[in-house]
Design a binder for this molecule. Structure first.
Ligand SMILES: NC(=O)c1ccc[n+]([C@@H]2O[C@H](COP(=O)([O-])OP(=O)(O)OC[C@H]3O[C@@H](n4cnc5c(N)ncnc54)[C@H](O)[C@@H]3O)[C@@H](O)[C@H]2O)c1
Length: 298
C-alpha cells in the first residue's frame, strides 16, 4: 500500500510532534482535536518548531514552508478521517475513549485505512474490542519529543494483521525512524523499564538517599543514561507517569510498580513537570530549569 494521507487524532504533546514529523516526511497530514482553539495552538507550536529547525540549519526554508502546506486541521472527526490511509491516535490514555474513537472511525475511514494507536500502556486487543475488523489495529508507539527520538515500538496485538504491520513499517521508514517489533504486554519494552526506574528514583528521593539532581547525575555519569530520571519525568509529565504506573501496577500486580506517594503528592499539588512550570525541578518562563530548584522534600 502507498500511504499518502495520515490523520493524527489528538493535538497534544504527542499528536503535535507526530503531525510535525509526518509533514516533514511528506505525508498529507490532518490533525484532529475536539476544539479549534487547541488545533490553532498546535499549528502555532509546530510552525514555531519548524522555524527553529530552519534557524539551526537543519531544514531549509522552502522545505519547511512546503511541509507546513501539507498540514490541515479539523475538529470534525468524520471529515478528518474520511480520506486517511493511516490513522495515528494520540488522545489521552483512557481505554474507553480510545475504543470509542476507533469505533467511530471504523464507520467513516476508508476500508483500507490502518488504525495505529500511540498508547503507552494499554493492550491493543482491549482497544480493538470496539472494532469489527480487529486486524487493522496496531500499536505505533512514539517517544517524546517525537521529531527527535529515533525509535518506534511497533506493537502487535494477537489479531494485528500483516498488512497493518507492513503499513506501519512504511510510515516509520518515511519518518526515518527505527522500529522494534513487540508483542502486546503491559508497558511494552520501554515504558515498563522506564516507569520502574522512575518510580524507584522517587522512592530513593523519598527515603533521603540522595537529592534529585544527584540521582540524575548518578544515572547520567555512572550508568551512561543520556537524561536523569527526574529530568525525564519533568519532560514526560508527572501525571502521565503516574497514570502509566497505575496501569502497570494493575496489570502486573508487582509492588515495584505501586506509584510512590511522593509522585502522587506532586501531581496532587499540580506539579506536572515542564508543562506546568514545576515538577521535580522549577522552570522559568522561557522553559529554562532554575538552578538549585530540586527542592522536593519527602
Ligand atoms: N507524553 C508522552 O511522553 C507519551 C509518550 C508516548 C506515548 N504517549 C501516549 O500518547 C497519548 C497522548 O498523550 P499526550 O501526552 O500527547 O497527551 P496530551 O494530554 O498532551 O494530549 C491529548 C490530546 O487529546 C485531545 N483529546 C482529548 N479528548 C479527545 C477526543 N475525544 N478526541 C480527540 N482528541 C481528544 C486533548 O485535547 C489533547 O490535545 C496517550 O495515549 C499517551 O499514553 C505519551
Amino acid at each position: 500500500m502507498t500511504i499518502q494521507n495520515v490523520t493524527v487524532l489528538g493535538s497534544g504533546t504527542m499528536g503535535a510532534g507526530i503531525a510535525q514529523t509526518a509533514i516533514v516526511a511528506g505525508f498529507d497530514t490532518t490533525l484532529y482535536d475536539i476544539e479549534d482553539g487547541l488545533l490553532e495552538k498546535a499549528r502555532a507550536q509546530i510552525s514555531k518548531r519548524m522555524d527553529r529547525q530552519v534557524e539551526k540549519g537543519r531544514l531549509d526554508a522552502p522545505r519547511a514552508a512546503e511541509a507546513m502546506g501539507r498540514l490541515s486541521t479539523s475538529s470534525d472527526l468524520d471529515a478528518a478521517v474520511k480520506e486517511a490511509d493511516y490513522l495515528i491516535e494520540a488522545v489521552p490514555e483512557k481505554l474507553e475513549l480510545k475504543r470509542e474513537i476507533f469505533g467511530r472511525c471504523e464507520g467513516s475511514a476508508p476500508a483500507h485505512c490502518v488504525f495505529g494507536t500511540n498508547t503507552s500502556t494499554l493492550m491493543i486487543s482491549s482497544i480493538a474490542e470496539s472494532l469489527s475488523d480487529k486486524g487493522r489495529l496496531i500499536g505505533i508507539h512514539f517517544f517524546n519529543p517525537v521529531p527527535v527520538m529515533k525509535l518506534i515500538e511497533v506493537v502487535m496485538g494477537p489479531d494485528s494483521s500483516n498488512t497493518s504491520y507492513v503499513a506501519t513499517l512504511e510510515v516509520a521508514q518515511k519518518m526515518r525512524k527505527e522500529t522494534v517489533k513487540v508483542a502486546e504486554s503491559p508497558g511494552f519494552t520501554t515504558s515498563r523499564i522506564n516507569a520502574l526506574i522512575g518510580n524507584e528514583s522517587f522512592r530513593m528521593l523519598e527515603a533521603g538517599v540522595a537529592s534529585a539532581s544527584d540521582i540524575d547525575k548518578a544515572l547520567k555519569l555512572g550508568l551512561n543514561h543520556p537524561m536523569g530520571p527526574f529530568e525525564m519525568v519533568d519532560l514526560v509529565g508527572l501525571d502521565a507517569r503516574l497514570n502509566n504506573l497505575r496501569a502497570l501496577y494493575a496489570a502486573l500486580g508487582d509492588e515495584a510498580y505501586r506509584p510512590s506517594p511522593l509522585l502522587e503528592r506532586l501531581v496532587e499539588d499540580g506539579r506536572l513537570g515542564r508543562k506546568s512550570g514545576q515538577g521535580v525541578y522549577r522552570y522559568d518562563d522561557s522553559g529554562q530549569r532554575i538552578v538549585g530548584s530540586d527542592d522536593v522534600s519527602p
